[in-house]
Design a protein around this ligand. Sequence first.
Ligand code: ADP
Ligand code: MG
Length: 289
Amino acid sequence: SVPAAIAASLSAGARQGLLLKGGVVIEAAAKTGTVAFDKTGTLTEGTPRVTEVVALGRSDREVVELAAAVETGSSHPLAQAIIARAEAHLIPVRPATEAAAIAGQGVTGQLDGVAIFVGAPRHATSRATFDATAKAAVEQLESDGKTVAAVIADGVLAGLIALRDEPRADAAAAVAELKALGVRSVMLTGDNARTGAAIAGALGMDHKAELMPDDKVAAIRELSAQAPVMMVGDGINDAPALAAAGIGVAMGSGTDVALETADGAVLKSRVRDIAAMIRLARATMSNIR
Ligand code: ADP
Ligand code: MG
């Protein structure tokens, strides 16, 4: 019977760590035309590391010290990476006062009476002058798939910190498997356009960059007008985008919380499981027809 076939697929999926909430979700998953992936922590490891520091107005050490001070007030993955860099180089991490996050842009705060901003270069150019050398350095680093944090002290560009968040080992293979299934993959990111293009290009997928949290919902709506969309994200930050998609799949957390907001989940942080989920859904639907 149909209910028995669906129940069998749901439990076969669950044994492989692929959770789908029910028959309606299986049916929708089988029709997926586009998978929209959140970048950070979904397509990538989510643990960026500092690759280089470019000293401009101040020394390397000062750039890292100023940045680490304001990042103590942030829970962003970039913040942890910058603090780790300071610790690794035995640079004292003193918390900034008045530390505040500016969503989608960066962080601000004060250290020893110096007003500091650390964040995306595109949001930093209104706060300090970027000369030709600084602009060229930003472009080069971003074209290498790195995220650049500009460090501004009292309205002067002190330096740049480049960070790289490596794609998961199976991400490119997952995109190729989806393509073989006739499914388009699109990366959604708040990161800048050049970094987004570099990483998406390496993975063989499309992308939409410089998205503020609300823009991810708009991007899902736009994609949904072309083909049924499955959105894959961490299930916590991406809850609105997961809800906006035909199907929202949480990756890697495996918690009940994620499944409350999502229609499905992959319990291991394997991007290829998304292709496996679509194959399972399609096989189920063709069995019951
Ligand atoms: P995402 O997590 O997709 O990168 P966010 O909305 O969290 O998107 O942030 C957008 C951009 O703002 C980041 O790519 C980064 O350039 C900058 N940013 C945000 N928070 C910080 C931070 N704490 N330190 C440095 N840069 C930050
Ligand atoms: Mg984010």
